[in-house]
Design a protein around this ligand. Structure first.
Ligand SMILES: Cc1ncc(COP(=O)(O)O)c(C=O)c1O
Length: 433
């Protein structure tokens, strides 16, 4: 019979090895981040083991007294961070939050405004993603690939002609704020509420460093809480709409629509992360964007085809590079990984194949969280240049990555800053299981 304790130890070893590898790596995946020590602690609290269906004070199970206290705090903090009257913290991921919005705002067969996947849209707006689940059809905006931005005049014409029911604004490859103010009048004219998927830029929005969709014409803001908002893996719904019917629909979509229980440990960790964002978020978001611009410039100087050079590369945490010359997104991402630089291949406008697109996407939110600044961004660009342009070996570059990262292994911009960012918490000694 299988030695199951050995199996458990193998699993543990894999996770420990993963943690150590990341500690000595440069994680540049734009959708990831590190938790603060307080938030991490709450993830393994007893909240993990409990159920709390419904809303605080109106639960279906007993034992929720302190869960209710924390959830009310979490809701209050969410409203404060995003300056809005409505929050729901029950969706358990960004995708689940999006399905909740679709449940609340769409009927099967409705048409929603959206960008295309190759223009940076998330799979939520694809037929094989959340749109498809609700049988929603896209009406595509006009997108200017050179500007990585909507063509406002052409988009207005499309909206007036096609009259989608709701207009979704939100991207996974997200370099610049949407021109929401410019489109507001057209949206009003066609009676389409705006829906903003801020999964990537939620922390930048909360810090007042990107745009303020709820006050620039969008009725709903959905998001993940673990990208530029450095919280737990979870989702959120926010609105400042005065329409009680919309709030009711969102509430019912969150539960019982798309959740039963809502992962109370994550909710508690989110409450802490929101409080920390109020205190540290502004400086963190500012530095994340400064770093992204610096990284874009440093890569551009070294001959990389960074998108939107003439616009300062980015206004977010992301930088996009066309790596056709370096061998394409798939091969470049793999070569970078072999030298401990972690990025993802990414579709760029015009790309047809998601398996081998021409782009890679980099995000600076994690490197900023461990304390890096513009001079380290220059060092990152140098490492990429040496590996991809100057023929240096992955072993040599990987060793330099480890050397650089040694000084950046602690979490910043939170209470209890200085805690080891990649620490594995041993709770049990082998043999005592
Ligand atoms: C724009 C956008 N929306 C939604 C999501 C989904 O978020 P989650 O991974 O939390 O489900 C993502 C994920 O990266 C995203 O980029």
């Amino acid at each position: 019979m299988e030695d199951l304790e050995a199996t458990v130890q193998r699993i543990r070893t894999s996770v420990k090895t993963h943690s150590t590898w990341f500690e000595g790596a440069l994680p540049l995946i734009a959708s990831e981040n590190l938790l603060s020590p307080y938030a991490k602690e709450l993830l393994i609290s007893d909240f993990h083991s409990r159920y709390a269906e419904g809303l605080p004070g109106e639960r279906y199970y007993e034992g929720n007294r302190w869960v209710d206290e924390v959830e009310l705090e979490c809701l209050r903090l969410a409203r404060e961070v995003f300056h809005c009257e409505f929050a729901d913290v029950r969706p358990i991921s960004g995708t689940v939050a999006n399905i909740a919005v679709l449940r609340a705002m769409a009927e099967p067969g409705d048409r929603f405004g959206s960008c295309r996947l190759a223009e940076g849209a998330h799979i939520s707006s694809a037929a094989f993603g959340a749109f498809g689940i609700r049988s929603v059809k896209p009406v595509y905006y006009a997108f200017d690939p050179k500007e990585m931005q909507l063509d406002v005049d052409a988009t207005k014409r499309i909206l007036l002609q096609e009259r989608p029911k709701v207009c979704l604004f939100g991207l996974s490859l997200f370099l610049f704020p949407f021109p929401l103010t410019e489109l507001q009048e057209t949206l009003r004219e066609i009676g389409a509420p705006g829906w903003y998927d801020g999964a990537h830029v939620l922390g930048l929005i909360g810090a007042g460093m990107f745009q303020d969709p709820l006050h620039e014409g969008c009725a709903v803001l959905s998001g993940s809480t673990h990208k530029t908002l450095p919280g737990p893996q979870h989702g959120i719904l926010l609105s400042d709409s005065k329409d009680p019917e919309l709030r009711k629909k969102l509430t019912q979509a969150a539960f019982p629509g798309v959740t039963s229980n809502h992962h109370l440990n994550e909710m508690a960790a989110l409450a802490v992360s929101l409080a920390e964002h109020l205190k540290f978020g502004q400086e963190y978001a500012r530095m994340t964007i400064v770093n992204a611009k610096s990284l874009g410039a440093a890569l551009h100087q070294r001959g990389f085809n960074v998108l939107c050079a003439e616009k300062g590369f980015t206004e977010s945490h992301q930088v996009a590079i066309r790596v056709e010359r370096e061998g394409g997104g798939e091969s470049v991402a793999k070569r970078l990984e072999s030298a401990r630089l972690v990025v993802n291949k990414n579709l760029l406008p015009g790309d047809k194949s998601p398996k081998n697109p021409e782009g890679i996407r980099l995000g600076t939110q994690e490197l900023t969280r461990v304390g890096m600044g513009p001079s380290e961004m220059d060092a990152v660009a140098e490492l990429m240049d040496d590996l991809l342009h100057k023929g240096k070996s992955p072993e040599e570059v990987g060793a330099r990555v480890q050397e650089l990262k040694k000084r950046f292994t602690q979490v910043h911009y939170c209470f209890g800053a200085g805690e080891a960012a990649y620490r594995y918490y041993d709770l049990v000694q082998p043999g005592s299981v």
